[in-house]
Write a protein that binds this ligand. Sequence first.
Ligand SMILES: *Cc1c(COP(=O)(O)O)cnc(C)c1O
Length: 418
Amino acid sequence: MAAASSASSAKRALLPWARDAHHALTRVLQGSGGGGGGGSSFRGALPTLAAGRWSLLQRRWRSSLPQLDSTVDRSDEDSGGDIDWDNLGFGLTPTDYMYVMRCSLEDGVFSRGQLSRYGNIELSPSSGVINYGQGLFEGLKAYRKSDRQGYMLFRPEENARRMQHGAERMCMPSPSVEQFVHAVKQTVLANRRWVPPQGKGALYIRPLLIGSGPILGLAPAPEYTFLIYAAPVGTYFKEGLAPINLVVEDAIHRAMPGGTGGVKTITNYAPVLKAQMDAKSKGFTDVLYLDAVHKRYLEEASSCNLFIVKDGVVATPATVGTILPGITRKSVIELARDRGYQQVEERLVSIDDLISGDEVFCTGTAVVIAPVSTVSYQGQRYEFRTGQDTLSQTLHTTLTSIQMGLAEDKKGWTVAID
Ligand SMILES: *Cc1c(COP(=O)(O)O)cnc(C)c1O
């Protein structure tokens, strides 16, 4: 009975969905498909047998990892070798360390996170993420402070909370806000020599949460991995800081009501590659998606949110489940209100609203605030104001000054890593 009682105390710690999966798995391990009382002749021997197979399984779930390097070099290496800091795009420049933390479905809480050398990870061919797309990502940036003393993060708790919200939607346990922020800081410090000099870019930080344990039938994976890697980046679009050209897509949709458009799940991105590739082949920078029901209301671009300005009124599509609630979007709404744009409207924004707009811009951690010079819709091209004295330019300066520590942060948005 020892095995049974320790199993039940473990069960108490489980999330409700995890508890169901745990019950189901325990039943399978005990060889009884149904509820209790199903007269098995092996009953007396079962708890021991089940416990043995359970720990064997657990051992096999543990994906292998590059060995922890206990001598993480935090010394004074302060430059990224031969990096051409002036020509950083958004390519992947591998850095030195990644942060990894695991959690079994049984435990439901993450523990024992650690830095290890950046490198390939081993996953079971039947892991939940590979087979069923059970995964989330986040994206945030660390800037080098102007006085070269330390680094700045922008609202990392917001990323942590968004991951928790997404994890709930995707039936995954998630790290606490404290664990998330701590892990981000560790990752930045371990890779400090890759943080670009001020004005040249930022260290882009990519947290992942994936179902790394094996599962064959459709169900939440038995083990989860939280991993953070980082790469120095410059501007996101090849246009650099120049205005971008978008095309409205009316055949392919990225989200639907009741779907997952409102969370940063990895499964939202491969389905839009086709539209993105088609757009790029025609010379556009990115795609603007329409709502899947009416094909009339704008949602967002592939990886950034959308704003329009008309007659001094700012509007952005409301986040009603089909749009990713961007942290840049949320910050820009607040900064615009501070600048006297009292009416920043979060509402339905139709194609007609867009076409008659004066100014259009996109927001996101990767793109920051990107001015849009043209939008094409059904073969027609519409032009918008860019450059001097536009709201997007003003907001870009205000936002990046706060993010880089050049302006006083009156909102408590930045987190210093010293
Ligand atoms: C990440 C993302 C954004 C921007 O979110 P931020 O928090 O501002 O970086 C917008 N749209 C989509 C689809 C995204 O994946």
